[in-house]
Design a protein around this ligand. Structure first.
Ligand code: ZN
Length: 298
């Protein structure tokens, strides 16, 4: 894989000497699963540096864009159940603010996976709903009536009409984008006046991240940057957004999914036992270290 150097993906400063952690990966182990979201963590990450001004941890150098696009296209998908639960959490955050949107006509979900969130949008009266997803597997897993709404490929602003959406969302995808500031600025241009951009991403300042240290699943080969409330606020400000609100996400997942994320030995056996006993399927709400941010085009 070809590597290229990066500057802070929010403010553009060169922080390459402000080392946070040396690279830890084995090229031979970069299997198809390394680029799927919500998969078993493998403890590998790129070289990480810190931008103190943005409170951002970001990877440099990173694999060149072409290599990334190929990896995402072929990435595996095994998380329909978790995707559905996450979509419920995110739609609740959106519906609390729906009265502040200009209307419910036009919603774009960047990194939509199997389109679980698109389903929730339709249920809640949104029209002109569209998703973008680079990986084949989740699109194949999408429900029959949702699949035609998903455009396959990397997000390109030019595929959509300016000022045509009331809502643009990007959930659990921000960490994966080679240029999150460009996507944030594109979202601004695609939104109607008064429209909202909403993201959900990991918070490297969260208690769970502190607790697990470098064993936290947020330190992952596929994550090109990690935000905190301050970092995501700066991203939104740079993109032109106003009335920015950041809150923490309480995710409700079955017990076996939480166990999957923990750095435990022999956890596959434990997960098997929990599933067999039924305990593994009990829904458990936890503030797992994700943040939700929304900003308006005012
Ligand atoms: Zn910065």
């Amino acid at each position: 894989m070809q590597l290229r150097e990066r500057r802070c993906p929010v403010c553009g400063a060169d922080c390459s000497e402000n080392l946070f952690a040396d690279a830890r990966y084995d090229a031979a182990k970069l299997n198809a699963f390394a680029y799927a979201s919500r998969k078993t963590p493998e403890g590998m990450h790129l070289r990480l540096v810190r931008c103190d001004a943005c409170d951002l941890i970001y990877a440099t150098p990173v694999p060149a864009m072409d290599g990334l696009a190929d990896a995402y296209e072929a990435a595996a998908f095994d998380s329909g159940e978790e995707a559905a639960r996450a979509a419920k959490t995110y739609i609740a955050h959106i519906m609390r603010r729906v009265h502040r949107l200009p209307d419910r006509a036009g919603a774009l979900d960047i990194g939509t996976g199997d389109g679980a969130f698109l389903e929730r949008l339709l249920e809640n009266g949104f029209t002109g709903v569209a998703g973008v997803e680079p990986s084949d597997a989740p699109i194949r897993a999408a429900k029959e009536h949702i699949r035609p709404l998903i455009r396959k490929g990397i997000f390109h602003e030019s595929d959509f009409q300016p000022e045509s959406f009331s809502l643009v969302t990007c959930f659990q995808t921000l960490e994966h984008l080679p240029d999150p500031a460009a996507v944030c600025a594109a979202a601004f241009r695609l939104l109607k006046p008064g429209g909202a951009f909403a993201v959900a991403c990991h918070n490297h300042r969260a208690f769970s991240a502190k607790l697990l240290g470098m064993n936290s699943p947020i330190f992952d080969i596929e994550h090109l940057q990690l935000f905190s409330p301050r970092g995501v606020t700066r991203l939104f400000e740079t993109g032109g957004f106003k009335e920015i609100e950041v809150s923490s996400v309480v995710n409700t997942y079955p017990a076996h999914y939480w166990i999957k994320l923990l750095p435990l030995p022999a956890k596959d056996m434990l997960i098997g036992l929990l599933k067999a006993s039924g305990i593994g399927y009990i829904p458990v709400p936890l503030p797992a270290g994700n943040l939700f941010a929304v900003g308006f085009k005012k």
